[in-house]
Design a protein around this ligand. Structure first.
Ligand SMILES: C[S@@+](CC[C@H](N)C(=O)[O-])C[C@H]1O[C@@H](n2cnc3c(N)ncnc32)[C@H](O)[C@@H]1O
Length: 259
């Protein structure tokens, strides 16, 4: 029997219209689709009836299928001659462990391909109409994880992250948002740096809040977000649809009064 192949496909942040043409073709041609918790229902609805669907969804601190079992499953399916799509939220190679799966496939000599996806930073920023770089506001952008392996302490280079000329995008940061904001401020990022939190970006369930960095944790907790949340911290957040006039200015006023 010929060995099958695995295509690691980026499903994007949720809106199925943000899938690449190549991703849609791979999904249409798949015999088996192995997918994650972050893949939206709208994208899952594109999987043909003829394909088997395997949910290996993971949640923070709760991993129904351990990573090594996912790796073994992909190898087993490919060795049985199947054409497999491994569908992962956003881009498979940005905080998605796609690279670990690719390394295991390479080790097992399974032919594989990578189809990039729109990462949630790009999807959420576009949805809020926030440019991640903007002349005079941000000359660089950094993507960081706000969650460490085995829930350990965050070991980030706070001094360099606190650069006011950089847009900082924090993935998986909700659980540690207090620590993240406090560390940035204590390493020199101004407390009134604008910040945006986006939950379930690009889906019909998207919610966003704006706040100065010093109030980001409180505002994000009060929002009672359900689903993945991304933080965009930096001057570009002033260009968010929400920024002008309302919520942000009220919060700033409150802080000035409190101080
Ligand atoms: C394990 S990482 C995977 C990132 C993914 N590979 C990507 O490129 O977007 C999961 C984190 O991505 C972010 N995320 C993914 N989809 C999102 C969405 N639709 N809205 C907001 N944040 C999202 C959240 O920060 C979430 O905790």
């Amino acid at each position: 029997m010929d060995t099958g192949r695995v295509v690691l496909v980026g499903a994007g942040p949720g809106d199925p219209d943000l899938l690449t043409v190549k991703a849609v073709r791979a999904i249409m041609d798949a015999e088996v689709v192995v997918y994650d918790r972050l893949v939206s229902d709208e994208v899952l609805a594109l999987i043909p009836e003829s394909a088997a669907k395997i949910n290996v969804g993971k949640q923070a601190g709760y991993h129904p299928v351990p990573q090594d079992e996912i790796n073994a499953l992909l190898i087993k399916l490919a060795r049985s001659g199947r054409s497999v799509v491994r569908l992962k939220g956003g881009d498979p190679f940005i905080f998605g462990r796609g690279s670990e799966e690719a390394a295991e496939l390479a080790r097992a000599k399974i032919p594989y391909e990578v189809v990039p996806g729109i990462t949630s930073a790009q999807g959420c920023a576009a949805s809020a109409r926030v440019p991640l770089t903007h002349r005079g506001l941000a000359s660089s952008v950094r993507y960081v994880t706000g969650h460490c392996k085995s829930d350990g302490p965050l070991n980030l280079d706070w001094r360099s992250l606190a650069d006011p000329q950089t847009t900082l995008v924090v993935y998986m940061g909700l659980a540690n948002v207090e620590e993240i904001a406090a560390a940035l401020i204590s390493h020199g990022m101004p407390a009134d740096t604008p910040a945006l939190a986006v939950c379930q970006g690009t889906t019909p369930r998207e919610r966003r809040v704006c706040a100065p960095l010093c109030a980001l944790a409180t505002v994000s907790r009060s929002a009672r977000f359900e689903g993945p949340v991304l933080f965009i911290i930096g001057h570009v957040a002033t260009l968010a649809a929400e920024y002008n006039g309302n919520a942000y200015d009220e919060i700033m006023e409150e802080i000035v009064v409190m101080a």
